[in-house]
Design a protein around this ligand. Structure first.
Ligand code: SF4
Length: 162
């Protein structure tokens, strides 16, 4: 089963493109796909308190702001994943967040292990970054959209890749 939950994606068109590709893939491979709808407010609610661009703290410490924002974002995505895993009485979960060499891999593993303990689930870990370039080639050859930024509005300005 595959679960698509991306409230952090900054516009609906981009969200639909990514979802459309996954729908196509799941249909081809006969994988059940759960889509949690587009709910950007769920991401905004958690990062908004850290987005005061006028504050001296933000201006003087952009890296710290980014790390904090990404921590909250990854926690939210993994939290929803474990909730869905429990709901469907599945024992194992993993995450496509582990595919990206641009994300904080260790942090994602740490959060996933914590959530697995909290929810009495097993976190399946594999370093999917090893297949990153293979995945990009697959995308090119199968007309799959390759995002130019991670997802949120801030990442479009920072030009962070997926
Ligand atoms: S850069 Fe990526 S991981 Fe960080 S908050 Fe934005 S969407 Fe989430």
């Amino acid at each position: 089963m595959s679960f698509f939950y991306h409230p952090e994606i900054e516009n609906k068109e981009e969200y639909q493109r990514r979802l459309g590709d996954l729908e196509r893939f799941c249909k081809e491979k006969t994988i059940k796909l759960i889509n949690n709808d587009y709910r950007p407010e769920e991401f905004e609610n958690i990062v908004e308190p850290f987005r005061d661009k006028e504050s001296i703290k933000f201006i003087s410490d952009k890296d710290r702001y980014r790390r904090r924002r990404c921590h909250l974002c990854n926690s939210l995505l993994i939290q929803k994943t474990v909730e869905e895993t429990r709901k469907h009485r599945i024992k194992y979960f993993t995450s496509t967040l582990l595919c990206s060499p641009y994300k904080d891999h260790d942090l994602i593993v740490e959060i996933s292990n914590e959530k697995a303990l909290d929810y009495h689930l097993d976190f399946y870990y594999q370093d999917f970054r090893k297949g990153y370039w293979m995945g990009r080639n697959y995308a090119r050859n199968h007309q799959v959209h390759i995002p130019r930024f991670c997802g949120c509005l801030d990442s479009t300005k920072e030009e962070r890749l997926e």
